[in-house]
Ligand binder design. Structure first.
Ligand code: NDP
Ligand code: KPL
Length: 300
């Protein structure tokens, strides 16, 4: 399969690199990373060790592939969509955190699949990515149900040795992941604690309530996820990733922009549309947004 990975930072380089031995992969990213991959190949280190040679470019416009994977940060989704709209793709699939697929649907003609990836990835430097945790990929129709296209994409991941499921319940999975991110990311970023410390410390109640609120929004949206299930998912992921710091915690600690809009913004938008009260997510989102506003002022 021809696969283009738009946004080859940490996750995109890892997933693209893992796909490369079995497929014709093009990474779209930034220099000097792309230049090094072109000249010397991509080294995958850590939980998976490999050296692969995907194509590596910096301009994602006017390209074509059977599948485009979107792995930019969520706030770059619209720009990614604009670049992808100039090319030709059989399908587009996001592996990002937060609810970004609707933005891709709004801007693109090819079918957009929903995806989740529980791999951990960190870019070490030009041409080098660390796999910090072997995970799973799920891919399926955005509205749920069987999808021959998702089956084909899942087979392509499977051919490359990536554990994958073609999932008929992506609406539920997307909300479950959103609940986990809403429960862990804000509290961990504000308290500067690990995922495990969110669960074990004084922020536990806030984290559980944020996840439960997302469960209520999911139920109102017909996504087959209850508040209890959302809270259980949060506890499970926080336990499984206990020593890790969430992406939002890392971003805030490094003074970087966060994915607050794709996580808390997405919850609030959907909650307001359906008249669901989400006071905990609203508070967490507001405080992270306040931090972002301060960050932008400091950058000027
Ligand atoms: N890292 C991980 O372990 C996991 C990440 N995720 C999710 O995956 C997404 C990506 O995360 P991550 O890989 O960590 O983020 P990174 O910032 O490492 O990767 C995104 C990359 O895309 C590049 N990029 C953005 N726009 C373009 C463009 N138009 N052309 C070329 N390159 C572009 C960015 O460059 P620049 O920064 O210069 O703009 C950056 O290098 C996020 O939504 C994250 O939450 C999900 C699971 C695990
Ligand atoms: C699941 C979790 C919370 C793992 O750290 C994550 O997705 C993130 O950090 O953004």
């Amino acid at each position: 399969m021809e696969v283009l990975v738009h946004g080859a930072g940490a996750l995109g380089s890892l997933v693209g690199g893992l796909l490369a031995p079995a497929h014709d992969v093009t990474l779209v990213g930034r220099n000097p990373h792309m230049r090094r991959v072109r000249e010397e190949g991509l080294r995958i280190e850590g939980a998976v060790e490999a050296r692969v040679r995907p194509r590596a470019v910096t301009d994602g416009r006017h390209r074509s592939a059977d599948l485009a994977l979107v792995t930019t940060k969520a706030y770059d989704t619209d720009a990614a969509a604009r670049a992808l709209a100039t090319g030709e793709y059989g399908a587009v699939c996001s592996l990002q955190n937060g609810l970004t697929e609707e933005r891709l649907v709004a801007a693109l003609e090819p079918p957009v699949l929903a995806g989740t990836a529980s791999y951990g990835a960190r870019l070490l430097g030009p041409g080098r990515v660390r796999c910090t945790g072997v995970g799973k990929v799920a891919v399926g129709a955005l509205a749920g149900g069987e999808s021959p296209l998702a089956d084909r994409v899942a087979r392509a991941f499977d051919d490359a040795g990536i554990e994958v499921g073609a999932a008929a319940d992506m609406p539920r999975r997307r909300y479950e992941k959103l609940a986990v991110n809403a429960g862990i990311n804000g509290p961990s970023a504000l308290a500067r604690v690990t995922n495990g410390e969110v669960l074990e410390g004084p922020a536990r109640g806030i984290a559980r309530e944020a996840a439960r609120e997302v469960g209520r929004v999911a139920a109102a949206a017909g996504a087959d996820l209850t508040p209890d299930e959302a809270s259980d998912a949060l506890e499970r992921v926080a336990r499984d990733t206990a020593p890790n710091r969430s992406s939002m915690c890392e971003d805030v600690a490094a003074g970087r922009r966060t994915e607050v809009e794709a996580i808390y913004g997405a919850v609030l938008e959907r909650a307001d549309e359906r008249g669901v009260a989400v006071p905990t997510c609203r508070t967490l989102g507001s405080v992270i947004r306040a931090w972002e506003a301060g960050r932008e002022l400091r950058e000027k």
